[in-house]
Design a protein around this ligand. Structure first.
Ligand code: HEC
Ligand code: HEC
Length: 407
């Protein structure tokens, strides 16, 4: 009897070990990566290589921006990133939603770039693992495949470089390269998934993490809004007021399309437009800091990246500082007079297209109406039901904190 008592816990331990090993195996099998491209991409075979996903869309049939006049509707898109394999895109999706990427497993990329909020959050400034607000508002990630400068102050020049910002910023995900790599390598599912997505690589490394995140983000394409249908010739796609708004947007009075150039609604440039900081916040010098090593960097003082206006109704509050709650307020900013919000102590070199269009309330409302027609979320990717770390994907705790509710 005494012997039985001694052996029994050992037996239990063995059964437990078998069970956990088994569940690890099940986990590893559960995360098979896609072998098809997301919608809007076609799988293209390249000799001697894995087939890759190439973007297909109607704008590819139009000529370049040249000869069409700025703001013309049937203009082509700038160069874009694609050519990732289905497995790489799908691995990036799991990584994007997995809180394992943060130091304490509390937040993922999707905490601040939420699919139902235009891949932004509803905060003026995002909140990282410390619970404190960071310096700026989270931009939308729609159509990042077409941009070549990242962050409001354009301090990163590729998606791969950009990802290292939030991952290792103590105020955002707070991780370290060594810890991130170790936690991925300790996860059987991830080891298998990386091997599947990068079959030519010997071992899992951080370059593959950045690359998979880039692959996933470049699949976030939004080019099929009612505006696009209008641009492709379906004139019924916009209401009368939206067409009025579009015409004001493109007019030489408002000049919005000079910077928010269709079809992306950004020209991928930096512009100094003089948006205000919220009360009590220090003046944000923006791109001046990024170009501090270059002559004349003071020209870019207060300069920010021209953001896309696609899915803009989803990404309030607006501007780098999240100062404007409503789209109308953001539009009204342009009509309140050149430099009206620039602090007296600042001498900014405002862009010459920032003027005083003196739009009426009705005209501004038409512009807002028009901006609403730039919504297309039809290619929103599937949020994984589970991620390899087993951590909760939809982090309600985090979202409660951001709403000022108890955890
Ligand atoms: C704590 C919130 C937070 C988390 C977590 C976060 N981001 Fe961001 N993201 C931001 C903010 C805020 C900015 C803008 C910062 C700036 O411009 O200085 C930003 C900017 C970006 C940009 C640049 C977009 C553009 O138009 O310039 C990309 C791309 C991006 N994030 C992707 C990611 C990825 C990938 C992850 C996960 C590895 C991630 N983010 C995690 C808040 C976050
Ligand atoms: C000279 C270039 C330029 C012109 C002209 C311009 N914008 Fe902008 N726009 C910008 C820049 C730069 C920002 C970001 C500024 C910041 O964050 O401080 C911006 C931000 C915005 C935003 C907020 C986007 C977001 O994601 O937060 C909206 C909305 C907007 N512009 C609409 C318009 C409208 C409407 C017009 C015409 C009345 C217009 N813009 C004209 C450069 C321009």
């Amino acid at each position: 009897m005494a012997l039985f008592k001694k052996v029994w816990p050992i037996k239990l331990a063995i059964v437990w070990a078998l069970l956990t090993a088994n569940s690890l195996l099940v986990q590893a099998q559960d995360f098979t990566l896609a072998n098809n491209c997301p919608p809007s991409f076609e799988l293209v075979a390249i000799q001697g290589q894995e087939p890759v996903c190439r973007l297909v869309n109607l704008y590819q049939f139009y000529d370049s921006v040249q000869n069409r006049g700025v703001g013309g509707t049937q203009t082509s898109l700038p160069a874009h990133r694609d050519g990732f394999t289905p497995a790489q895109i799908d691995l990036g999706r799991f990584l994007f939603f997995d809180p394992l990427l943060s130091k304490d497993g509390s937040i993922s990329c999707a905490s601040c770039h939420q699919p139902d909020k235009g891949f932004s959050d509803d905060l003026d400034r995002s909140i990282g693992i410390t619970g404190a607000k960071g310096g700026r508002s989270a931009p939308s990630l729609w159509n990042v495949a077409f941009i070549d400068k990242f962050f409001w102050d354009v301090r990163a020049s590729s998606l791969e470089e950009q990802a290292q910002g939030p991952l290792f910023d103590p105020l955002e995900m707070g991780n370290s390269p060594a810890k991130l790599l170790t936690s991925l390598k300790q996860n059987v599912s991830y080891v298998n998934m990386f091997a599947q997505a990068f079959p030519n690589k010997k071992a899992l490394d951080l370059e593959q993490v950045y690359s998979a995140l880039a692959a996933f983000q470049t699949s976030l394409i939004s080019l099929n809004s009612r505006y696009d249908r209008y641009a492709h010739g379906h004139h019924q796609a916009l209401t009368e007021n939206e067409v009025k708004g579009l015409n004001i947007f493109r007019s030489f009075v408002a000049r919005c399309a000079e910077c928010h150039q269709p079809p992306l609604f950004t020209n991928n440039q930096v512009a100094v437009i003089g948006t205000p900081e919220p009360q009590g916040r220090e003046f944000d010098i923006g791109a001046e800091k990024t170009f501090a090593h270059v002559n004349n960097s003071q020209k870019l003082r207060g300069g920010f990246k021209v953001p896309t206006l696609r899915n803009i109704t989803k990404t309030a509050p607006y501007m780098h500082s999240g100062k404007f709650e409503k789209l109308f307020d953001a539009v009204e900013f342009y009509s309140k007079g050149r430099g009206h919000a620039v602090p007296k102590s600042e001498q900014l070199q405002l862009h010459w297209h920032i003027w005083e269009p003196d739009l009426t309330n009705e005209e501004m409302q038409h512009v807002v109406d028009f901006l609403g027609a730039l919504s297309d979320e039809s290619l929103t990717p599937k949020i994984p039901a589970e991620v390899p770390s087993g951590l909760p994907v939809i982090d309600e705790k985090y979202q409660n904190v951001t709403r000022g509710l108890p955890r």
